[in-house]
Write a protein that binds this ligand. Structure first.
Ligand code: ZN
Length: 167
């Protein structure tokens, strides 16, 4: 049995206890942007429940054009106005010497992916860069509550990244 089939079996149990439907607009008016890392449980880490926040995830939790699109949808169509960014320690997108994603793809398949790799050398610095990208975007109406955090994957604790902190 594949993992997908096991998870589909779990869905029957989930559906039997399901309390929906919920309102489409997030009740806490929050959007969370987080790394896709399997160890980062956004709902557990924040005590977030279904229906409370838009949750947008990608490799690294970086602010790409598509994340800007999702934040624009969240704010303009779903009425959110606070943004929480969550990066984490031990992220796979932390670059180290010799690391590259695109060159092995190019050498194997002969095509260089057009998207930016978006790896980073310092997780807190990348949180700051993410905050700056949001604050510089004319497509996101509410930019006054944008806070960024690093989740310690060993302890589950969130540490806020301020404009002066370095890690
Ligand atoms: Zn990560």
């Amino acid at each position: 049995m594949s993992a997908t089939e096991r998870y589909l079996a779990n869905n029957a149990d989930y559906a039997s206890r399901f309390a929906g439907p919920l309102a489409m607009e997030p009740s806490q008016h929050v959007a969370v942007v987080a790394c896709m890392d399997a160890r980062l449980n956004v709902y557990g880490a924040l005590g977030l429940r279904e229906g409370e926040a838009s949750v947008i995830r990608n490799a690294g939790g970086v602010i790409t054009e598509d994340v800007i699109r999702s934040l624009a949808v969240s704010q303009q169509l779903l009425k959110t106005h606070e943004i929480i960014l969550i990066h984490h320690t031990d992220c796979r997108m932390l670059a180290f010497p010799g690391y590259t994603l695109k060159e092995p793809i190019r050498s194997d398949w002969g095509m260089l992916p057009p998207w930016p790799e978006e790896s980073f050398h310092d997780v807190a610095t990348d949180v700051q860069r993410s905050i700056s990208r949001i604050q510089a975007s004319p497509y996101i109406p509410h930019r006054d509550s944008v806070r960024g955090f690093v989740l310690d994957i060993a302890t589950g604790q969130l540490e806020e990244v301020t404009s002066h902190s370095r890690r």
